[in-house]
Design a protein. Structure first.
Length: 368
């Protein structure tokens, strides 16, 4: 082992984990993580659809420098990140998505992929980031830094298809300038413990941001989401829809905060989280929060946790559909309004099939 790698391994082993007692890590499994089991290593990354748009990452990139540092994982990412930086110039409209794919193939690797996206004024494009792995024990710590300039329209989709032996600790930060529009979408099916923290800030008047997510966990998996809708400028808008299902002894937790600052007069923000518990041993928690500092706004939040609708299941069974198939159809229907909002229409059948397969409904692949 080289001296440089040995130093990196020692630094990783000595890193101080966040306390599960702290608010930001409440309900998490962070106390189970053994950093000494991993060494910094590479993830195999490919980029398509971005010819001429990928730039050499600058060590002093203003976007990276502006990224909030919340914990040891942000600090480790700053030290060991492998960065893909995409700049789309003003007025550029891309008909096809930029796709960034990460593949983990080695045991014991801690990978720190970082994606930096800068959207020039009045540009329009979509970025898809895929995370996949072999059946290895690994840790992946993805970071996204996205900046939408004035009137830019940017959609981002993260797809987690990792093996159930991989830990994932993601942090997404997006900023929208005046009259911009950003969409942050997530499909989370893989991982042993998979956490996504998303901070979406609208800093220019008239900016809009949306967040949508679909997550499904079975076995002993856990999905952990923490979101921020941060309104800093007047007449800004945000909307969030997260839907999840848990089965067996799996767990999920959603914690969301809408923050309307004093200067964000005339803003509107909405937050909805729905969860299905499909087994007696499954557990889901939903914790919506509001921090409103201006009275001239429109805000609401809603959350539910419970089993599937018996009336829907009974209706399908009355049409001759076996009970286990009826339940799977209800769950697929539950996810449809999230799938319909995913930014890449061509990926929707693939992702719907992935959900169906995870539900044990491979024979329902023809259901669209």
């Amino acid at each position: 082992m080289s001296a440089t790698l040995l130093e990196a391994v020692q630094r990783l082993s000595n890193a101080q984990l966040p306390s599960p007692e702290s608010e930001v890590w409440r309900y998490s499994r962070i106390a189970e993580l053994n950093l000494s089991a991993f060494a910094p290593g590479e993830v195999h990354t490919t980029v398509t659809g971005a010819e001429g748009l990928v730039v050499q990452p600058a060590l002093t990139s203003q976007l990276v420098a502006s990224m909030d540092t919340h914990d040891v994982f942000d600090e480790l990412s700053a030290q060991y990140a492998t960065t893909v930086e995409v700049h789309v110039p003003a007025g550029k409209v891309l008909a096809e998505p930029i796709v960034v794919s990460h593949l983990l193939t080695s045991d014991g690797v801690a990978a720190f992929p970082r994606l930096v996206v800068h959207a020039g004024p009045d540009s329009e494009f979509t970025v898809v980031e895929r995370f996949e792995s072999d059946a290895v024990s690994a840790l992946v710590v993805p970071r996204l830094v996205l900046h939408a300039s004035q009137a830019a329209r940017v959609s981002y989709l993260a797809v987690n298809l990792l093996a159930n032996t991989v830990w994932s600790l993601a942090h997404q930060q997006a900023t929208g300038e005046r009259d911009s529009s950003t969409l942050l979408a997530t499909v989370a099916l893989g991982g042993d413990y998979a956490r996504v923290r998303t901070d979406a800030r609208v800093v220019g008047q008239g900016a809009t941001t949306r967040q949508v997510a679909l997550y499904y966990a079975d076995g002993t998996q856990m999905h952990d989401f923490r979101t921020l809708q941060d309104h800093i400028a007047p007449k800004t808008n945000s909307d969030l829809l997260f839907k999840g299902a848990v089965q067996d002894s799996a767990k999920s937790v959603y914690t969301g905060l809408i923050r309307i600052r004093e200067e964000a007069k005339g803003s509107a923000a909405y937050q909805t989280n729905r969860n299905l518990t499909l087994s007696e041993g499954a557990w889901a928690e939903s914790v919506p929060n509001l921090d409103i500092r201006n009275n001239d706004v429109k805000c609401s939040h809603a959350s539910t946790v419970g089993p599937i609708d018996d009336e829907q299941r009974f209706y399908l069974e009355s049409r001759g559909i076996p009970p286990e198939v009826a339940e799977r159809l209800v769950v697929l229907g539950f996810f449809d309004d999230v799938i319909s909002q995913l930014p890449v229409g061509g990926l929707r059948p693939e992702l719907r099939s992935a959900v169906a397969a995870k539900l044990g409904a491979g024979l329902l692949g023809g259901v669209q």
